[in-house]
Design a protein around this ligand. Sequence first.
Ligand code: HEM
Length: 501
Amino acid sequence: MEPFILVLLTIIFSACLLLLFSGRRPANLPPGPPPLPLIGNILQVGPNPHQSFAQFAKTYGPIIYLKFGTIDTVVVSSPATAKQVLQKHDHVLSSRPHPAMSDSYAHNQISLIWQPTNSRWRTLRRICKDHMFTLHRLDSGRDLRREKLHKLRDFLDHQCLAGGGAAVNVADATFTTVLNMLSSTLFSIDFADYRSEVSEDFKGLVHGLMEVVGQPNVADYFPVLKAVDPQGLKRKTTTYVRKLFGVFEDIIEKRVKSRSDDHGGAGAGAGDLLESLLEVSRKSDSDKEFTREDILHLLMDLFVAGIDTTSTIIEWTMAELIRNPDVMTTARHELDTVIGPNKEVEESDISKLPYLQAIIKESFRLHPPGPLLVPHQAAADVDVDGYVIPTKAQVLVNIWAMGRDPGIWVDPDHFNPERFLGSKIDVKGQDFELLPFGSGRRICPGLPLAHRVAHMMVTLMIRGYDWKLPEGIEPQELNMDEKFEFSLQRATPLEAIPVKI
Ligand code: HEM
């Protein structure tokens, strides 16, 4: 046996012995599948954990307890239990466990995503809200986003003209557009181009980081292994983070220089988020409330949390629309009737388009990009439905299972936007059967931006184009399998041919 494996096994074994003979275990834990000694339930969970947990819930009910190595885990999967976790006990259950990979560059101590809900976290949330997500800020970014949509349209037009129509990798096209929308909002820069090799590097960096942080890590189940990093995932994450920080630092340096050349003015980026962050940092220098380092970490959080999630939901929506051409036709009809055939759709029009909104809700119901939200952690023992969620347990909310629960939705596996017409159910965190952005204090701060971007991009892609699948694939045969990564991906990226209409 390799010496490394021997050391590893010894460490795991000692860790588990330590666990077996120490620690307090509350008596009334929620029910769940019996754990194996030492490793707990790790082997009972498949590559799509949200699906495994949904199966367990059928046997054990809407609150279950699992053990992953040394980590207590509670999964809830009904609107009532989700409401208790995210609303009634929000103050105790809003902390975060720290995955081993979030240690890179001490990110877990600085980042907005991995902070407990302390005053530092509140400051970061406030900065995001005030400088990025207020109505005024969002409205002032409208022209930039429209410009990115036009670039996407040019790209699709180009594909239509290419000999008989060329297939578009929809995942890649949406990723590029969302990346550019975000990078221009943050820095007034386009990072990616649909056809250019030059920017592939940056896209590759963000993609690579997403892939690494989405992988299950044995060091998260046995924290004693964090220092060993047995799968090398922390090392890989650190490499990606170093490169990303390098790009951000470069941009910040150039901006600071251009500000000083402009004698304290905004230099090259008036109105973007970086400008606001530098200003906040300048004003808060005295108490070290918000430093240059904080800016780097916040930018990374926004990229990591915002790009994959938003582009994924758009890709899933397009796949559903291609499988359900009648829905696509009804949506086009709504656009023509409400907006007019030759008029460009504006973000302010979204509220007038109930069928389009119903499509996006239906897509979130079936394909939530964060099927288990981001893990929460209990800061103290909490009683939910008569069971104890023990201190330090990670708490997962299986919104994917709720979206497909026949006790909540009629014919849940069927993509049927009509179910939302005339319904008051929305995605904004008040309706616990549909929580793609979470709810309570940890609710996604990017919701208002993601909402606009998703509606506008789907509109652009269905309005001017019909979509064919490559030779030999019938719409009904389109593979809809899932791949659990940082966000819930399609197992097979969507490739389709746009046909100008
Ligand atoms: C369709 C797109 C998106 C979806 C479905 C989504 C979903 C989520 C979910 C489920 C959470 C965790 C909630 C919880 O812990 O209970 C979250 C957190 C977060 N999201 Fe989003 N998100 C999206 C887009 C964005 C965008 C565009 C941004 C910013 C540019 C963003 C920034 C964040 C941040 C910073 C957090 C961490 C908040 C905290 O821990 O306090 N998200 N998001």
